[in-house]
Write a protein that binds this ligand. Structure first.
Ligand SMILES: [Zn+2]
Length: 138
């Protein structure tokens, strides 16, 4: 079973459990997934922010001299990511796969990805990190 974070057209977020990605897509296409709060069937998967780091520039074993020892603030994490990771936005999964298959040069990237794309990356054995970054609406 796979848990998906879902959001309806009305902005309600809820969790849905599905056999696999195919089951989710099938149920969504047949409007079988409805928001528990307003019964809306325009359901989308909530995108998450992802980062991927390549072993060449940031070794897995490294204790990370670049990473602050103390618990970093959200601002520090955001700054660190902005400085060290290329923002590829919603192309994250595509770029990660391209690097995985040596189509693109390996580098540190960050971006957003859907649960479905996350599943693909996991199946391909691609290591990535999911970092919750609060959206600052100002
Ligand atoms: Zn709703």
């Amino acid at each position: 079973m796979i848990a998906y974070d879902l959001v309806c057209a009305g902005g309600h977020t809820f969790e849905g459990w599905f056999e696999d990605l195919k089951a989710f897509e099938d149920q969504k296409r047949r409007n079988l997934i409805a928001c528990p709060m307003c019964n809306d069937t325009s359901i989308e998967v909530v995108p998450s922010t992802f980062t991927i780091k390549t072993s060449s520039s940031l070794p897995e074993e490294s204790t990370g001299t670049d990473i602050p020892k103390k618990v970093p603030s959200t601002e520090e994490i955001t700054h660190f990511l902005e400085k060290n990771f290329e923002d590829v936005g919603p192309d994250f999964a595509r770029e990660a796969l391209k690097m995985h298959y040596d189509v693109s040069e390996k580098r540190n990237i960050r971006g957003t990805s859907s649960k479905a794309e996350e599943e693909t990356l996991e199946k391909e054995g691609i290591k990535f990190f999911k970092i919750p970054i609060p959206r600052l609406d100002s």
